[in-house]
Design a protein around this ligand. Sequence first.
Ligand SMILES: C[S@@+](CC[C@H](N)C(=O)[O-])C[C@H]1O[C@@H](n2cnc3c(N)ncnc32)[C@H](O)[C@@H]1O
Length: 348
Amino acid sequence: MITYAILLHPGHNRVYFSASKTLSLHELTIALRSFQGSFGPAELRELAGVPYITFTSQTPLSPQQLTDLGRLSPVYALFRLEENADGPILSPLALPESRYMDSSVSSILKYTGKTNELFTRMMLSVAYHSLPTPPREPVRVLDPIAGKGTTLAECLIRGWGAYGVEIGDKAAGEAFTYMKKYLETEKYKHEAQNQRISGPNRSFTARRYQITLAHNKDEFKHSPRQWEMVAGDSQYCDHYFRHGFFHLIVGDLPYGVQHGNVTGQSQGSLTRNPCQLVEKCCPAWHKVLMKNGILALSWNSFVLSWEDLAAVLERHGFQVFREEPYHSFEHRVDQAIRRDLIVAEKAE
Ligand SMILES: C[S@@+](CC[C@H](N)C(=O)[O-])C[C@H]1O[C@@H](n2cnc3c(N)ncnc32)[C@H](O)[C@@H]1O
């Protein structure tokens, strides 16, 4: 039996305070369930006054499991924990370098209404480890309410296909400009274009911002990555993307409060009320997600209850994960926002 100890990412505590440790436990619990092997429960433990998350495993973690572990949001460093008469001994374990892009891509850009990048990383991990079987990489992810693209940036860090829809033209355009600049500065080989998308009716307007990228020329030819942001309405995302194209849909819904608005404009109720928005968009989201694909959404539970949101998703053919710890992600962000997470599978 081996005991592993995870040193928590220092950035976590700053944002959602005491709740971050519990959320980290849930994220790790969901990841361990998806691993082959026999694991003891994830537990919080203090060693010399420093908090760690520990778990036991019957066998050493495989290289793939170490890679997956290194991608979890709370993991700052991994140790093997042994106890002797003098107390605990921590031996550092190297985590494989699995990053396709440096994490600065998601942390440099700061703006009002941005979803915290560690929280976004957690949503991606929870969604990924909820898939019934691990997909072939690169995983394709859609953020259907993408703002300026934190989820897309987090996807590129993992080398995944990053796709978004954002109704605010300005926010979508700024995400594109930022991404091009970042790739230029970091010397990625890339090609960028943007074009109008025509749609089902006259009032339909949308623009697709597209970047194909790679570390170098050779990789660009054989295995480039894709970043795409559509400036358009998410309820039409089945016109923007192929049906069954995405493994995961991951997004942070509008909070239903005036402040913290990514687009910087006062928007109509549809763009602020998460319930109406999800109701309208579900048919299109269901179409673009592949069978057994996972939908993970965070939202402000002050304006919509978990049960009401679950009911909307279930009406539209999603099967909501109700078992623990899926129903225990709720945490306070500020006076007006109590954030929660809901995860569902496209079952039919
Ligand atoms: C909480 S913000 C997402 C922030 C994003 N995760 C980020 O870090 O930049 C929610 C976003 O949903 C967008 N939105 C609202 N209604 C939409 C719709 N019908 N289609 C696409 N985007 C929409 C809003 O404009 C807002 O930018």
